[in-house]
Design a protein around this ligand. Structure first.
Ligand SMILES: [Zn+2]
Length: 65
């Protein structure tokens, strides 16, 4: 899945606030041009760990659809 017409510079991880272009941010297929590897309806996630934290938090909060 690819996100069309995204402004990459505006992305921050919704869990740890890492900037999209910072070292350690995971990109789709490892290519920054393809956008983030992980995201939810709230925003983007930088790594498998943040994705996991995010979905666990959302599950606890009951906000995950
Ligand atoms: Zn993160």
């Amino acid at each position: 899945m690819q996100i069309p017409h995204i402004e990459l510079d505006q992305f921050h991880c919704v869990e740890c606030n890492k900037h999209f272009t910072d070292k350690g941010f995971n990109y789709y297929s490892g290519n920054i041009e393809y956008g983030p590897a992980y995201f939810s309806d709230e925003g983007v996630l930088c790594s498998p760990q943040c994705a996991l934290d995010h979905f666990q938090r959302r599950t606890r909060e009951g906000t995950l659809k």
